[in-house]
Design a protein around this ligand. Structure first.
Ligand code: KG4
Ligand code: ZN
Length: 339
């Protein structure tokens, strides 16, 4: 779609988010996190997430419009995350977006959440233009895409089991840290020796672009068990070595893919992009090959609606009444992205 400010809504997991974006410029980006609500359970509870979205979404949309200084009538289109995600959570966003599009008499754009993560780099000030290779690593996804055109990212590789963030969260839990474990694990790792323990790296072959984290997670479990009472004294080394085993293949395969496909840049997205060791490794590897590294600010790497508005710029819009027939979908399509 083209032209004018877009109001976007994102409710695929545990963030209720709304944003107003005009071209590459973010006018408002509001995120209401439910993280504290789910902490006692050690993970996101789908039904709790959906109910909370329902109570929050209207206020978040109003706040985004107010921050942008616009009324609903001023927007050119409404965009929403259609897939993949928790179905009850997605439904709240999709139903809200349909109602707003109808009320304003504007078209609706149904966006793929992963497409959103990839398009976050299109926004200012990062403003990355293709071609580049994108890594999206979060609690739910781990994937590499070749982006020659923001309209059609090409999947190069993805995780065959756990997502990188999920592996980090599970490892953090084994070391007695709370949920989500990423920031706590990174803090613990900063005082440790990353070569102290040798954890296996999944799918290590040259040219491999997929990821696997089942092995490293199990390896940590056994090492902690075997150390017994001695494990507590080694927590910093365990955290540093485990973090290294999770982020090193991300950096290696991202830069390896960029070199293979002869593109001049790589991008990082998803919550794991906040990890300092991952950024350091990517920067080192990229410098060896003269590649630009594009990392949007943290608020655009974690789940947000500005990235959904960005992807909407590269997704066909749907007019009334056709969008009434479209619904939320929990899964990704076989090609990886519905763009
Ligand atoms: O994108 P995100 O906020 O939510 C989704 O999963 O969609 O990503 C959250 C993930 C969690 O697994 C969290 O532990 C991880 O990102 N994470 C980190 C760091 N900060 C967040 N992982 C490693 N180091 C960090 N500093
Ligand atoms: Zn996400």
């Amino acid at each position: 779609m083209t032209g004018g400010p877009v109001l976007a809504i994102e409710t695929s997991c545990d963030e209720t988010a709304a944003a107003v974006v005009d071209g590459r410029r973010i006018l408002a980006n509001v995120v209401a996190s439910q993280a504290a609500l789910h902490t006692p359970y050690g993970g996101v509870v789908p039904e709790v997430a959906a109910r909370h979205h329902l109570g929050t979404v209207n206020a978040v949309v109003d706040e985004a419009l107010a921050a942008a200084g616009l009324a609903l009538d001023d927007v050119a289109a409404v965009a929403v995350t259609q897939r993949p995600g928790l179905i009850g959570a997605l439904l709240v966003g999709v139903a809200t977006a349909k109602a707003l599009a109808y009320a304003a008499g504007k078209p609706l754009v149904m966006v793929d959440h992963l497409h959103g993560h990839i398009c976050a780099t299109w926004l200012e000030p990062t403003a990355l233009d293709p071609p580049f290779v994108s890594l999206v690593a979060s609690g739910g996804h781990t994937r590499l895409d070749l982006v020659r055109d923001y309209r059609a990212p090409r999947l190069l590789g993805q995780t065959r089991d756990d997502a990188a963030g999920e592996a980090i969260d599970k490892g953090a839990r084994l070391l007695g840290l709370g949920y989500p474990g990423g920031p706590a694990l990174e803090r613990l790792a900063s005082g440790g020796d990353r070569a102290a323990f040798r954890f296996p790296v999944g799918l290590g072959g040259a040219g491999e672009r997929d990821f696997s984290y089942a092995g490293v997670k199990t390896a940590l479990l056994y090492v902690v068990r075997d150390l017994g009472d001695g494990a507590a004294a080694r927590h910093e080394d365990l955290a540093a070595s485990y973090q290294e085993a999770v982020v090193r293949p991300l950096a290696d395969r991202l830069v390896g893919a960029a070199v293979e496909h002869r593109v001049p840049a790589v991008s990082l997205g998803g919550g794991v992009a906040a990890n300092g060791r991952l950024r350091e490794l990517v920067a080192e590897r990229a410098a060896e090959h003269g590649l630009r590294v594009a990392v949007p600010e943290r608020a655009l790497c974690t789940d947000n609606a500005a990235m959904i508005a960005a992807a909407a710029a590269f997704t066909p819009s749907i007019a009334w009444p056709d969008y009434l027939a479209l619904d939320a979908v929990a899964t990704s399509p076989p090609g990886g992205i519905a763009a």
